[in-house]
Design a protein around this ligand. Structure first.
Ligand code: PRP
Length: 202
């Protein structure tokens, strides 16, 4: 890996916004007013371009994410790298066969969710990079990695806008030999406060 590439350097504009605007709901960090419910195109564009700059090292020729909240950042990363984006469908029962499926627990919904990808779109030998909005327990990303590998693809890396360091997602994904890049790391949620890994230039 390039000595100049820091895959987990906290991205100061995002860290600042999470600290000043993030709210807490149990174990959930809520920043859905700019990231994944109401979306601010300019800010997501900026975040995804920083993620794309880091992930370009892995030379993907397809970006893979999961419906729904991963689509916005993944699409912009894909556009920045001039490659297609594929999303695993959650809500459709009619993914064209042959398809590859996994069941995962949804952290925000508390139910089992089915992910499905048509093997028309993830092909043997493709260089895949996973992109998603959040990395928590890593179950979604691990399922995407397994599905891509089952399709014969080479999973080169994974990038997330926000990482919850108090969950085991990073360890889970790195154990699958996939390097992880994140733009902001939440160390813990305590007494209504979000504690972030600080950007080094601050
Ligand atoms: O690392 P994990 O523990 O798998 O958690 C991360 C996942 O949780 C969210 O998806 P979720 O299914 O909750 O919501 P969504 O349908 O809005 O994407 C998020 O978008 C990630 O995909």
């Amino acid at each position: 890996m390039s000595p100049h590439l820091d895959l987990t350097a906290p991205y100061a504009p995002l860290v600042r916004r999470i600290e000043s605007e993030g709210s807490i709901d149990g174990q959930m960090l809520v920043i859905d007013h700019f990231l994944n419910h109401r979306i601010e195109p300019g800010f997501i564009f900026e975040l995804a371009h920083e993620l794309a700059r880091r992930l370009s090292f892995f030379q993907p020729n397809v970006i893979l994410t999961a419906e729904a909240s991963g689509i916005a950042p993944a699409l912009i990363v894909a556009q920045a790298l001039s490659v297609p984006m594929v999303y695993a469908k959650k809500y459709s029962t009619d993914v064209e066969a042959p398809s590859i499926c996994r069941s995962i627990p949804s952290p925000t919904k508390g139910v089992e969710t089915r992910l499905a990808i048509s093997t028309r779109y993830i092909r043997p030998g493709q260089r895949v990079v996973i992109v998603d909005d959040f990395l928590a327990n890593g179950r979604t990303a691990a399922a995407l990695i397994e599905m891509a590998r089952e399709a014969g693809a080479d999973v080169r890396g994974a990038g997330f806008v926000v990482e919850k360091r108090f969950k085991q997602g990073r360890e889970h994904i790195e154990a699958l030999h996939v390097p992880v890049s994140t733009l902001a790391q939440v160390e813990r949620l305590e007494s209504g406060r979000v504690v972030m890994t600080q950007a080094r230039d601050e």
